[in-house]
Design a protein. Structure first.
Length: 141
């Protein structure tokens, strides 16, 4: 949409032009805005299967119009989850990232200890929490 600096009578109208330009920018921004969503799902146990599931959950978030934040896909790339100190440090980093997110999405039918900590932190911070089954259907707690 092209906004004209002149009104319908041909007179220069900077006030209307600025107002309409601002509205057009807001409309464009609203169409491209994607909130951050923290993906909360099991990692330990069957790491290979849980990692693949976290990838699917992250893709679901993207397809739903969100930006996924999935720390358990990132930190195990360079931190050892088997080392308790590194695991705690990774979880601390993840909880900091959680504070930047608009929502927490919990996936799966099992809540691990790490997930419990993430859910507790989101609850304490007043972050909206949504729960999903394996088939991505949402359910209430």
């Amino acid at each position: 949409m092209s906004i004209n600096k002149f009104n319908s009578e041909g007179y220069y109208d900077p006030t209307a032009y600025e107002a309409l330009t601002a509205v057009e920018k807001e409309v464009k921004a609203a169409k491209t805005f994607r909130p951050l969503v923290y993906i909360c799902s099991p990692y330990s146990g069957d790491i290979e299967q849980n990692t693949e599931a976290a990838r699917r959950y992250s893709r679901f978030a993207v397809d739903s119009g969100y930006i996924p934040v999935t720390p358990h896909l990132l930190y195990p790339q360079f931190m050892n989850d088997g080392d308790q100190q590194q695991r705690e440090l990774g979880l601390r980093f993840a909880l900091i990232l959680l504070g930047k997110c608009d929502e927490l999405w919990v996936f799966g039918d099992r809540i691990s200890n790490g997930m419990q900590r993430e859910i507790a932190k989101a609850t304490k911070r007043g972050i909206h929490i949504r729960y999903f089954n394996q088939d991505f259907s949402e359910w209430q707690v």
